[in-house]
Design a protein around this ligand. Structure first.
Ligand SMILES: [Fe+2]
Ligand SMILES: [Fe+2]
Length: 183
């Protein structure tokens, strides 16, 4: 069944706003570790869990599908975007690694604080930079594709799962994080 691309793009932009909030919280918590203040490792684990199960597993594949559509339908709008899939791959490796380190630290195992802070801040920087590129460039190319008439894709080709934190129903796993960000 064909579905419209514009609402998918609106969802992707909303995902970015949600992810930006989580990255700010992750950054704050990382700085708290660095300053040896009390930091909330459990919330950091929750944030990284969300970013792996939703951003890496749903948001990025959805974008990959739209970028593939753009390449096929509008090669004239597709220059210089070859690295986007690699960036998604690298981000997913970085996020899984950071999540695992945080899980270790939160369960009382020794992990160097400096290492967590460095990894977290590097990850925050990479994901912010990636989202900036998409918003200032790649999403706009998709807007042009839609505006110029290529405005549908086949729904069966799209990875789509509901958002467990910012969606209509909050999964029990994310209740504490939901309360912490004050949605
Ligand atoms: Fe992306
Ligand atoms: Fe994105």
């Amino acid at each position: 069944m064909p579905i419209k691309v514009a609402p998918i793009l609106a969802e992707l932009r909303q995902d970015h706003r949600n992810m930006a909030r989580l990255l700010s919280l992750l950054e704050q918590q990382s700085e708290a570790i660095f300053d040896e203040e009390t930091s909330d490792l459990e919330r950091m684990v929750d944030i990284m869990h969300y970013l792996t199960v939703y951003s890496d597993a749903v948001h990025h594949p959805k974008e990959d599908r739209l970028y593939a559509e753009l390449r096929a339908a509008r090669p004239d709008l597709s220059q210089g975007m070859g690295r986007v899939c690699d960036e998604h791959h690298t981000l997913s490796l970085q996020s899984a690694q950071l999540r695992d380190k945080l899980v270790e630290a939160n369960s009382g195992n020794f992990v160097r604080r400096k290492e967590i802070v460095a990894d977290a801040l590097r990850y925050v920087g990479s994901l912010r930079e990636h989202m900036r590129w998409e918003e200032s460039d790649l999403f706009r190319r998709l807007d042009v594709m839609v505006a110029e008439g290529h405005d549908e894709i086949e729904s069966s080709t799209l990875v789509d799962h509901r958002d467990p934190l910012f969606g209509a129903t909050i999964e029990a796993r994310f209740k504490a994080l939901f309360d912490a960000i004050g949605s």
